[in-house]
Design a protein around this ligand. Structure first.
Ligand SMILES: [Ca+2]
Ligand SMILES: [Ca+2]
Length: 182
């Protein structure tokens, strides 16, 4: 079973994905996210980056749908989402492709300068575009970076794993989505 603390984090992430606040995660949420990201970065329809962003997010959605949408109705409810993570907790070696795809995507999105590390400015810009407050994001970055000015790709992958696994409310990985509101 997923503990109450981890369930809170997972439900936060479910709401984070549910861009249109319909109560479930669907394909249109990923399209909306791709649209928001393109707007943030100034990519227009026809740009290579615009297409890459849509392609990547729709790939993440189709992998997620395959493993989480138990009743195959095209939407991943909070119950289906938690059930997927329950199964994952029982067999952690079964990490799904969408998780590593999405981890890589989020890191590359935040790493605006492409130097293989993210700083507080890059991190909080993306968090704000996803609806977090700037202040909250800046403080979240300080906690996840343990006071350092940047987070490398290797460190980010470890923080990512920690978000899903940690039972400790003060674990740095809890902050990677720009909040500590669990
Ligand atoms: Ca939705
Ligand atoms: Ca469903």
């Amino acid at each position: 079973m997923v503990s109450d603390f981890r369930k809170k984090k997972l439900l936060f992430l479910h709401r984070f994905f549910d861009k249109d606040a319909s109560g479930a995660v669907e394909k249109q949420d990923f399209e909306q996210a791709a649209e928001n990201i393109s707007k943030l970065r100034g990519w227009k329809q026809g740009d290579a980056k615009y297409k890459e962003t849509f392609d990547t997010l729709l790939k993440v959605w189709s992998d997620l749908e395959r493993v989480a949408d138990a009743d195959k109705d095209g939407s991943v409810t909070a119950d289906e989402w938690i059930a997927m993570w329950d199964a994952f907790a029982q067999n952690p070696s079964s990490a799904h492709a969408w998780q590593s795809e999405y981890c890589k995507f989020i890191f590359r999105l935040q790493d605006a300068t492409g130097d293989g590390a993210i700083d507080n400015e890059e991190f909080s810009t993306v968090c704000v575009s996803f609806g977090r407050s700037k202040e909250e994001a800046v403080s979240a970055f300080q906690k996840m970076s343990k006071g350092k000015s940047t987070v490398s790709w290797t460190e980010f992958q470890e923080l990512w794993r920690e978000f899903f696994a940690a039972e400790d409310p003060s674990a740095p990985g809890n902050y990677i989505f720009g909040t500590s509101a669990f």
